[in-house]
Design a protein around this ligand. Structure first.
Ligand code: NAD
Ligand code: IPM
Ligand code: MN
Length: 330
């Protein structure tokens, strides 16, 4: 197993080393390939990700990623979007699950759903023109990408409550009619119970009735926005992990960004990155991955928590406590 480790910048450099400690506590055979990509690489070289970097990544089986700050040059390739596209990581899987002892903005903890975000097209097509009087971005929805994300979502639904919610905006964006139709057909063909909902209404319903949902499938930008919103249900952006899955590669990262407002202070919550390691272990089929949940329960019960959760612990203290629990109980 060859794992590319990309800390990125900002708090990516703080949470990933800690997440790697937790991974190391499992004592598994990994060849780790560290890569320096992102803002500092762009400042130094003018590119945030080079074709050589991409070749190195393609020589690995999976990637553990922190976060990168978007560079101010619109012509500079985005590290994240380039990797997602080049590795054809078409399913962005973002579980939204409460954690013990932590209550999010709605005060409830009776929900457990997964946002399955189409990860290769939609408004992230990269087909755009920026002008001084008019700028536009082409929103692309294809049958093939809609089909494979719908299949992925249905496969997940079958392992859970068999309930799919298709989120779209086809009342305005006619391109979403194709997405909706394909998702409906795929759900029917797979005997998955489904409903659909307009994204604005979905945002409201997720806050009001989060317990109603199981698998939520949606297009790229809606999935991006809803997943940050749903982090507030859990209690912090520092608590929600994600997996970008393709047929050959997989890429694991916290949902949050580089958080320049807290970077360098050593107070970023590392649990999203640690839960991303758990998703990596699950993807590998490691049966002991759930010990990470136990370890997190242990640190939360002991109130070893960072300031975003009202605590005073540092990134390192939380990470060390999780890693130590794993080491002792593995
Ligand atoms: P952000 O997710 O970095 O931060 C949003 C808010 O959440 C901030 O107040 C931040 O302090 C807080 N937060 C985020 N992660 C946290 C953690 N682990 N612990 C505690 N608090 C946390 O979003 P932003 O500020 O809009 O974006 C900053 C930069 O990151 C931008 O350049 C953006 O493009 C980039 N970004 C990168 C990724 C990625 O690389 N995966 C994802 C999102 C944003
Ligand atoms: C995410 C991020 C990225 C996205 C950005 C940084 C390109 O917000 O992974 O959620 O929009 O997909
Ligand atoms: Mn996002």
């Amino acid at each position: 197993m060859k794992l590319a480790v990309i800390e990125g910048d900002g708090i990516g450099r703080e949470v990933i080393p800690v997440a790697v400690k937790v991974l190391d506590a499992f004592g598994l055979e990994f060849e780790k390939v560290p890569l320096e990509l992102g803002y500092t690489q762009w400042e130094r070289t003018g590119t945030a990700i080079s074709s050589d970097d991409l070749e190195i990544i393609k020589g690995c089986d999976a990637v553990l990623f922190g976060a990168v700050t978007t560079v101010p040059d619109p012509n500079c390739k985005s590290v994240l979007l380039t990797i997602r596209k080049e590795l054809d990581l078409y399913a962005n899987v973002r579980p939204v699950k409460p954690l013990p002892c932590i209550i999010g903005v709605t005060g409830r903890n009776d929900f457990d759903f997964i946002i399955v975000r189409e990860n290769t097209e939609g408004l992230y097509s990269g087909i755009e023109e920026i002008g001084s009087d008019i700028s536009w971005t082409k929103r692309v929805v294809t049958r093939r990408s809609s089909e494979r994300i719908a299949e992925y979502a249905c496969k997940l639904a079958k392992k859970r409550k068999n309930k799919l919610t298709i989120v779209h905006k086809s009342n305005v964006l006619k391109s979403d009619k194709l997405f909706l139709d394909v998702c409906r057909q795929t759900a029917s063909a797979n005997n998955v119970e489904y409903k659909d909902m307009l994204v604005d209404s979905m945002a409201y319903n997720l806050m009001m009735h989060p317990e109603r949902y199981d698998i939520v499938v949606t297009t790229n930008l809606f999935g991006d926005i809803l997943s940050d919103m749903c982090a507030a249900l859990v209690g912090s952006l520092g608590l929600v992990p994600s997996a970008n899955i393709g047929d050959k590669y997989a890429f694991f990262e916290p949902v949050h960004g580089s958080a320049p407002d807290i970077a360098g202070k050593g107070i970023a919550n590392p649990l999203a990155a640690i839960l991303s390691v758990k998703m990596l272990l699950e993807w590998m089929g490691e049966p002991r991955s759930q010990i990470i949940d136990e370890a997190i329960t242990h640190v939360l019960q002991k109130k070893i928590i960072t300031p975003d959760l009202g605590g005073t612990a540092s990134t390192m203290e939380v990470g060390n406590a999780v890693a130590e629990y794993v080491r002792k109980n593995i």
